[in-house]
Design a protein around this ligand. Structure first.
Ligand SMILES: *Cc1c(COP(=O)(O)O)cnc(C)c1O
Ligand SMILES: [Zn+2]
Length: 415
């Protein structure tokens, strides 16, 4: 790694060598940020002319001898006119992170995180995961020829994600506990067994994830949206996007930073509850519960960075119910042809609620980040839809059924 890079505590600002394997400040225990000297140099670089991808933004990422990549990033930004008509706003975009190689934005973090692990000489990587982190880490570990150990909450991860971690060849430990317990245990295990930790506590992972914000602005032809809405689980992503945009603003590449809005499920909402009381610390939730398993987290490790993102941009945090999440998931799929997993749909559910509350103006330019692919969790999708119609393998039975279905469909379109 280059010498122009260091780790810095977000609380006491102590600096640490970038090559030191630590995840929190050795002095005060708070979170660390990756810091760069001389980002100004990047203003006039040739990078701007390259096609978008995570590594397009290399001047804002650690410089590494070897990069482990599966061609992550460059996800589509959809102009969602059907959905915005339904919701009564004028300018809605969806950044669909489910289009990454393993189906979630975690790949952006892992291309950087696993490349750093490799360059530091680590041979085993590990994480605790509600599913997507393990799927992503397992894939990048394969590519990097490293061993991978993942801790998952037993019985609480979506089927598609489990299938991925197993297929990519990770050692999967199903912990009889929730995600928060799994995270504490993997941290301790990493220390004892010298495995490299790749949860979002790891500041290098957030460096990769900040490129979501960079791509959005790039895709909007360098116009900054008014608002970015995304789900919050462990709170790494909202912190990462904010950090990246702050770095661009500080060197003058952009003039403003969008309002950062985080959405949590009602049963797992420590950050939204803190925001509603305008508090500067959060009270953890002991038994988080929601159908959106990717954000079923009661002790978000990045809470302190997330509150800075929210307060620092005059943003906000809101809660949505499981019912609202499932409705939004279906609405996005049926209005725009975009199928996302429940946690991702919380950004759409949140948008809907905030329009109703008057917190979002109809003329705002809004970008919702949908974080993971719908096929990750087929069980929840099937349960929340109407049953399929069974017919005989016989044209008269089909005719009878279609006559009924089509006349009803026509009625819907006639309204
Ligand atoms: C990881 C994840 C989240 C939560 O992101 P954080 O950075 O932990 O806040 C949300 N949605 C999906 C699909 C995820 O995989
Ligand atoms: Zn400190």
């Amino acid at each position: 790694m280059d010498s122009d890079l260091w780790l810095e505590c977000i609380n006491c600002h102590t600096k640490f060598d970038a090559k030191k394997i630590i995840y929190t400040c050795e002095k005060c225990g708070h979170l660390l940020d990756v810091k760069y000297g001389n980002l100004e140099k990047a203003i006039d670089g040739d990078w701007k002319k390259r096609p978008i991808s995570v590594w397009k933004y290399y001047p804002f990422l650690p410089k590494l001898k070897q990069v482990i990549s599966l061609n992550e990033g460059k996800t589509n930004l959809y102009h969602c006119t059907n959905l915005s008509d339904k919701l009564g706003i004028n300018n809605l975009w969806v950044k669909n992170e489910g289009e990454n190689p393993t189906g979630s934005f975690k790949d952006r973090g892992m291309t950087v995180g696993v490349s750093v692990a490799k360059s530091l000489g680590s041979r085993v990587v590990a994480c605790a995961s509600t599913g997507n982190t393990s799927a992503s880490l397992a894939a990048y570990a394969s590519k990097a020829k490293m061993a991978c150990v993942v801790f998952i909450p037993s019985g609480k991860i979506a089927l598609g994600k489990l299938a991925q971690a197993m297929m990519y060849g990770a050692f999967v430990l199903a912990i009889k506990g929730n995600f928060d317990e799994a995270l504490e245990l993997v941290q301790e295990s990493c220390e004892r067994f010298h495995m490299y930790l790749l949860n979002s506590l790891n500041p290098y992972r957030l460096e990769g994830q900040k490129t979501i914000g960079y791509e959005i602005i790039d895709q909007l032809n360098w116009e900054v949206p008014d608002t970015i809405i995304l789900p919050i689980g462990n709170a790494g992503n909202i912190s990462a996007i904010y950090k990246g945009l702050l770095e661009w603003k500080e060197i003058g590449l952009i003039e403003k930073i969008p309002r950062m809005i985080g959405i949590q499920a009602e049963g797992a909402a420590p950050i939204a509850e803190a925001y509603k009381k305008r508090e500067k610390t959060v009270t953890f939730v002991e038994k988080p519960e929601t159908i959106a398993t990717a954000i079923r987290i009661g002790k978000p490790v990045n809470w302190e960075k997330a509150l800075r993102a929210i307060y620092g941009t005059k943003g906000l945090a809101e809660t949505v119910s499981d019912r609202e999440i499932l409705e939004a998931q279906k609405m996005l799929a049926r209005a725009e042809g975009i199928f996302v997993e429940p946690a991702s749909a919380s950004s759409i559910a949140g948008l809907r609620k905030l329009i109703d509350n008057g917190e979002i103006d109809r003329n705002e330019r809004v970008v919702c980040v949908t974080t993971g692919h719908g096929l990750k969790d087929p069980d929840t999708a099937i349960k929340s839809c109407e049953e399929v119609t069974q017919v005989q393998a016989d044209i008269t039975d089909i005719e009878k059924t279609l006559n009924k279905i089509l006349s009803e469909t026509m009625k819907i379109y006639a309204v």
